[in-house]
Design a protein around this ligand. Structure first.
Ligand SMILES: Cc1ncc(C[n+]2csc(CCOP(=O)(O)OP(=O)(O)O)c2C)c(N)n1
Length: 336
């Protein structure tokens, strides 16, 4: 491997290691009851999405689904602010009001995580149309799961993107499951990129075990989109754990799980980096661990949002503000 190739792989490895360790720490935060909200979707097993994010340029934008921590980290998120958001704290990316599933940050091009399956897909078509009309060279990428690939909105969005030649890429993270349903029980043709070809997009399926291959294919799709031919990437991987933190996936065969977890892009990249000294990689891992420990400490210690900021940035100014629940109920129930 050339030293340039090695540098790229080391960089991708660092990002994937940061995602993995962030997810492990956020899991602990959840278990200790220190995260906001009752759900947590971890992206362990999906880290090679870092290869797609690396192929994007500064100024490019994206949307994610409900399992989007890793994507945002790979696009430059500050892990302290992200952890604080998930803990529902004031200095989180959305002042603690978005939580794990609704993080957004316009400065880094994050147009929003979305808990509606497929909800973030059409937004990138709007972003792409805006870039084209304003003659900007940016690309917008929608990240979503294989479950969202069964939603009609994807096909409306792909059709418009292809027709109007928009700088848009659809990235389907196929972790093989939509909640408890395996992909081959949800669709007859599991070669998801073929659907994109039928709509006139470029399309590719990549084995997510190899982050370098992911990066190379993503570069092709993204460059094509920047030049007016939208693309579709099916990134095949395996959801290592349950759908959300409390799901122990009793519907999965343990043998399948063991096999699936062998498709570990983080371990694979580390093995490929064997030319670097393992002490160097250990040091990198320790630096990442310190970063994520600091993110948790920060999130736990950070202040909660002030009570009177509850509706700020939630409803448009001058719109009627909702009444506090108690007042609303006593309006309905009278004095009872
Ligand atoms: C429109 C809609 N339908 C159903 C749900 C409930 N739901 C939440 S996540 C999920 C599965 C999504 O699977 P996939 O798109 O593959 O993403 P993954 O969870 O595997 O990352 C479902 C059905 C929802 N949030 N929105």
């Amino acid at each position: 491997m050339s030293s340039g190739g090695n540098r790229l792989l080391l960089d991708l490895y660092r990002t994937m290691r940061r995602i993995r360790t962030f997810e492990e720490r956020v899991n602990e935060l959840f278990v200790r009851g220190q995260s906001a909200g009752s759900m947590l979707h971890m992206s362990i097993g999906e880290e090679s999405v870092a290869g797609v994010c690396k192929a994007m340029e500064p100024g490019d934008s994206f949307t994610t689904h409900h399992r989007g921590h890793g994507i945002f980290i790979a696009r430059g998120a500050d892990t302290k602010r992200m952890m604080a958001e998930i803990a529902g704290k004031e200095d989180g990316y959305c002042s603690g009001k978005g939580g794990s599933m609704h993080i957004a940050d316009m400065r880094l091009g994050h147009l929003g995580a979305n808990a509606i399956v497929g909800g973030g897909i059409p937004h990138v078509v709007g972003a792409g149309l805006s870039y084209r009309n304003r003659k900007l060279s940016h690309v917008s990428v929608a990240f979503f799961g294989d479950g969202a690939a069964q939603q009609g909105i994807l096909y409306e969005a792909m059709n418009m993107a292809a027709l109007w030649k928009l700088p848009v890429v659809f990235c389907c993270i196929n972790n093989q499951y939509g909640m408890g349903t395996r992909i081959d029980r949800a669709t007859a043709n599991t070669n998801l990129h073929e659907r994109a070809l039928a709509f006139g997009l470029n399309g590719v399926t990549i084995d997510g075990r190899d982050v370098e291959e992911v990066h190379e294919a993503a570069e092709r799709m993204i460059n094509g989109a920047r030049n007016g031919k939208p693309g579709f990437i099916a990134l095949n991987c395996y959801r290592f754990f349950g759908h959300a933190r409390l799901d122990k996936s009793p519907y999965r065969d343990p043998v399948e799980e063991t096999e699936g977890r062998r498709k570990d892009a983080v371990a694979n990249a580390r093995a490929k980096l064997a030319t670097a000294s393992s002490a160097e990689l250990d040091e990198l891992d320790e630096t990442v661990t310190r970063e994520m420990n600091a993110a948790v400490d920060h999130a736990v210690a950070a202040a909660a949002p002030a009570r009177d900021s509850m509706f700020r940035d939630v409803y448009a100014p001058r719109e009627p503000q909702p009444r506090p629940l108690r007042q609303h109920l006593s309006g309905i129930l009278g004095g009872h």
